[in-house]
Design a protein around this ligand. Structure first.
Ligand code: FE2
Length: 309
């Protein structure tokens, strides 16, 4: 084969790969990032004969005022009429995002709800080298001067009756079932102090024990499972955000394994085990507005009796 022909084939290959890459990027940024899905899962954690309890899990909205499609989609979720809403943080991505977030949640704020904060509620987005996400996937977040009005959002949540679970215990009764909650601040910031709410679950006080935190770091999953929680709820991972089709996530942005980056799984410590639900979340940093093979999602978790299976 002549040198000219080899050069032509090489140039064609480079152009072809470039075109596929550009196509994937256009799809990821132009379509998938706004391709919101509702995932539905059953979790067998209720006492025998209990009526199913429907929990809407929202996470990682990373909302900006201009994200109208996301706001409208979230607003329609109220039609599900969940018994309870759990919000695992990273709601904000703009200094003016509090009102749009409250408007988007709309009638969901009339339902009982609990929440914890993520680092992106406290601090605004900053540009980061996207390659760092792949090369330093467990890097913890640092506080910055670019603060967001998370206290205003917290006031709106509290006025609606939602409970802030940050280093707090709370019990909510739904259909006669006492759900005990414990929550922490964001482990990705190193702000988690689980010791403040730790201790064995008292089955005389609660029928179901749910732990809520933003980032599913193993130190929290271990401690929450060892205490006897039935279910642990988290977000933060964005499901890996940019995934490989038919393979899955490359990174989790914390120290859990990629197999549990989103969805329902099990966490085991000794002879104890807890269900773990990690939401892939509904947003991204405005500086990395792409999702690939990992659409944005919310989850409707239906708690059913332990013997339901
Ligand atoms: Fe997030």
């Amino acid at each position: 084969m002549s040198a000219g022909r080899v050069a032509k084939i090489a140039a064609g290959t480079v152009l072809g790969v470039g075109a596929v890459g550009a196509g994937c990027l256009a799809y990821a940024a132009g379509y998938e990032v706004r391709s919101f899905r509702l995932r539905r899962l059953q979790v067998p954690v209720l006492p025998p004969d209990a009526v199913p309890i429907r929990i809407l899990h929202l996470s990682d909205l990373h909302l900006t005022p201009g994200q109208r499609k996301k706001q409208e989609w979230v607003n329609r979720l109220a039609g599900l009429e969940p018994d309870l809403v759990i919000d695992t943080g990273d709601n904000l991505a703009h200094v003016d995002a509090v009102e749009p977030t409250v408007r988007a949640l709309g009638r969901l704020l009339d339902r009982p709800g609990v929440y914890v904060w993520g680092s992106n509620d406290y601090f605004g987005p900053t540009f980061k080298n996207p390659l760092r996400y792949l090369t330093q996937p467990r890097r913890t977040a640092k506080p910055s001067d670019n603060t967001l009005p998370w206290q205003d959002l917290g006031r709106a949540f509290k006025q609606s009756g939602w409970l802030d679970l940050t280093h707090t215990r709370a019990t909510i009764e739904v259909h006669g079932v006492r759900i005990g909650f414990r929550g922490t601040d964001d482990a990705h910031l190193g702000a988690d102090r689980y010791a403040e709410v730790a201790g064995p679950i008292d089955r005389n006080e609660v029928d179901v024990a749910i732990a809520v935190t933003h980032a599913p770091y193993l130190r929290l999953l271990d401690a929450m499972t060892a205490d006897g929680h039935d279910l642990i709820i988290a977000g933060h991972t964005h499901g890996g955000q940019v995934c490989v089709p038919f393979y899955g996530a490359l990174v989790t942005n914390c120290d859990i394994d990629a197999a549990r980056v989103k969805g329902l799984s099990t966490h085991r410590v000794g002879d104890r085990s807890a269900f773990l639900h990690v939401s892939a979340g509904l947003g991204t940093s405005p500086y990395a507005p792409i999702r690939f093979a990992c659409p944005p999602e919310a989850t409707l978790l239906t708690l059913v009796p332990r013997d339901a299976e």
